[in-house]
Ligand binder design. Structure first.
Ligand code: AQP
Length: 373
């Protein structure tokens, strides 16, 4: 709790590309709803973005643009603190300390690492064990069957991918734990893909507290009921992602014309009824979720409205494109109203506000570790 008795929320976005409606619906719009009730801290996590190669000029631009997106979404810098991660050196210092508490096994479990490197060592090892045991029961004898040979080959390929992967990509959940834990965070509002990383922050906080004495508050994760995982337009089995092909996402800076083209080209399910059914109709369910969250209309009502007014998917997509276009026009009007100097000033003020809190947490951590002289 802060002096005004409000619990603290912390969250952030990486300036790793063009932000999309998934980032907005899954995370940022939720922050807007929470900023009055909480002591709110929103970060531009630029050190996370460099876990994959970025062009320096683009990265510089993206950092400012992420803040513009926060503001256009309705984050009010009078109510919430907005700052740039790399301006507060306590983030990387604490990350190093937490690295000494984290285990390789904690990080190999992280889905984002598995997705980005195509490495799932534990699954392959589990398969090898399952197949050898299936053949021989509980016998201690292991014979290398051709199936197992194939898995061993897969394991060896995965290890090659691990060798090539940047250490930052593997380790960034620890940096994220540090981001969260520095500010005595009570709640971390994120999209569903980040849930596992918040769980790691909890694990590391508990581990540190029990080894050295209590410093960290154990944060809770906050995930929206609807919109927590907006799926890709080109593939509704994968989440919308800013590092994917542009056909995968609607960027918050796409013109209505570009967004319309993308929507009209979205993958559709078999059959032609407009029904929300995540399992059997993942594409239309995703589009209905986007439609509902952008217009505030209930999904059930949208289904019956579309049944009366739409002749199949084509009509439905046109209606959705209109709604998305309206949203983008109003969003971009606000987005374009902010100048770079104003944004830089907001980041500077934000860093000044959070620095004392981060430094104090780090001081307590160093004291517990025995390195404070
Ligand atoms: N598809 C999504 N649906 C709902 N929420 C999402 N978020 C991301 N994608 C979706 C949420 O947006 C916040 C900021 O995400 P991030 O920029 O820190 O990184 P990310 O989760 O890795 O997002 P991307 O778009 O997929 O980026 P890249 O491609 O660079 O990795 C988070 O709260 C996230 O959950």
């Amino acid at each position: 709790m802060t002096k005004d008795n409000k619990p603290t929320i912390f969250s952030g976005v990486q300036p790793s590309g063009t932000l999309h409606i998934g980032n907005y619906l899954g995370a940022i719009s939720n922050w807007v709803d929470l900023q009055d009730k909480y002591n709110s801290i929103f970060c531009v996590v630029d050190y996370h973005a460099i876990t994959v190669r970025q062009k320096p000029k683009e990265l510089n631009r993206n950092i400012l643009d992420v803040v513009k997106i926060y503001m256009a979404s309705g984050i009010n810098p009078e109510k919430a603190v907005i700052f740039q991660q790399s301006n507060i050196s306590a983030h990387t210092e604490l990350a190093w300390i937490l690295n000494c508490t984290a285990r390789m096994s904690d990080l190999f479990k992280m889905t984002q690492f598995k997705d980005k490197t195509k490495v799932d060592l534990e699954k392959i090892i589990e398969e090898i064990e399952k197949r050898t045991l299936k053949t021989f029961g509980n016998s201690e004898t292991y014979i290398i069957s051709s199936e197992v040979k194939k898995l061993v080959k897969e394991l060896s390929n995965s290890l090659n991918n691990v060798r090539k992967s940047g250490i930052g990509l593997f380790d960034y959940p620890v940096l994220m734990a540090s981001d969260i834990l520095l500010y005595n965070t009570d709640l971390v509002p994120v999209g569903e893909d980040q849930k596992q990383h918040v769980e790691l922050a909890r694990t590391l906080a508990r581990r540190f507290n029990s080894q050295f004495g209590k410093v960290f508050r154990i944060p809770e994760v906050e995930i929206r009921k609807e919109g927590a995982r907006i799926m890709g337009l080109d593939d509704p089995t994968k989440k919308m992602s800013k590092s994917a092909n542009p056909a995968n996402y609607i960027a918050l800076t796409d013109s209505p014309e570009v967004a319309t083209k993308k929507i009209m080209k979205t993958v559709t399910d078999s059959g032609c009824d407009i029904k929300y059914d995540k399992k059997n109709k993942p594409a239309i369910s995703n589009l209905l979720t986007i439609y509902s969250l952008l217009t505030g209309e209930d999904i059930k009502k949208l289904e019956s409205k579309c049944e009366c007014e739409c002749k199949g998917y084509g009509d439905f997509k046109k209606k959705l494109a209109e709604a998305v276009g309206e949203f983008l026009i109003s969003f971009q009007k606000k987005y374009n109203s902010f100048g770079d100097d104003e944004i830089k000033e907001i980041l500077k003020n934000g860093a000044e506000k959070v620095k004392p809190v981060a430094d104090e947490t780090l001081r307590r951590v160093k004291e517990k570790l025995g390195i404070k002289i």
